[in-house]
Design a protein around this ligand. Structure first.
Ligand code: ZN
Length: 245
């Protein structure tokens, strides 16, 4: 038995056997792990309100030899998303973070840069202010996973596209100029390409001071989500929920 204590973010929780819960956790030191919280439905003392998705906790757990699931012993809340107001958009945005991390990261692979990204984005994801953090997270997550195409040049003819509109397709890599756009391509405006560059240079905290209604960078958000979905090879349920708002 190997006892561990460390920072973690709760991603998903499923009912498991009688009063137990199965929990997917993104730990700082070991990446994504799955564990069983025994009697969690009854034991408020050990887990309290810490099982809400995207709760940042200090988790105590034990690894058992030759077993895939760890034994979750207790969570201490470091920061809960429920400590601030919640509405439908913020709930969907929090689910988006959880779903992308759950789908993108393999189990047992530490990703400190992703961990820091999630914490920084969580801090800014507040009621009435979800669109920038969602866009920021989707773009940065693609970049950290190595999925973000280079936006400055046409992947077909090499044309310098800086300062102009670029075209991307849901089925192929890279972006193109208008002449080389593939069937079904979608345009990403020059303004949104510039916003993406600012997102890659700036902090989510700094950008959160600006006004970001849903319409701002909507094409950029769609591009970022579709880039994730193409590499994950599946639709993100939470992204659909956000798009319906
Ligand atoms: Zn071209």
């Amino acid at each position: 038995m190997n006892q561990r204590v460390g920072e973690a973010i709760v991603l998903r929780v499923w009912p498991f056997h009688e009063a137990d819960l199965l929990v997917s956790l993104f730990t700082r030191e070991q990446g994504r792990v799955k564990g069983v919280a025994r009697h969690a439905m009854r034991s408020r003392r050990r887990f309290g309100g810490a099982l809400e998705p995207m709760t940042y906790v200090r988790a105590s757990y034990a690894e058992k030899p030759k077993q895939e699931l760890v034994r979750l012993d207790a969570f201490e809340i470091l920061s809960s998303p429920l400590s601030r107001p919640v509405d439908y958009a913020r709930t969907a945005a929090l689910q988006f973070l959880a779903e992308v991390v759950e789908e993108a990261l393999p189990e047992g692979a530490p990703e400190d840069a992703v961990f820091r990204l999630v914490l920084a984005v969580l801090d800014e994801m507040q009621v009435g202010k979800v669109w920038m953090p969602v866009t920021y997270f989707a773009l940065w997550m693609s970049r950290l996973m190595g999925w973000m195409p280079e936006l400055g040049h046409c992947v077909v003819c090499g044309l310098d596209l800086r300062g102009g509109t670029v075209w991307y397709s849901a089925t192929s890599d890279g972006v193109t100029c208008g002449d080389d756009r593939r069937s079904g391509s979608v345009a990403l405006s020059a303004e949104s390409v510039a916003t993406a560059q600012r997102i890659f240079r700036g902090t989510v905290k700094g950008l959160a001071e600006e006004d970001w209604p849903k319409t701002r960078g909507a094409d950029l958000r769609r591009f970022a989500v579709e880039t994730l979905e193409r590499h994950l090879e599946r639709r993100l349920v939470s992204a659909r929920a956000l798009a319906r708002i």
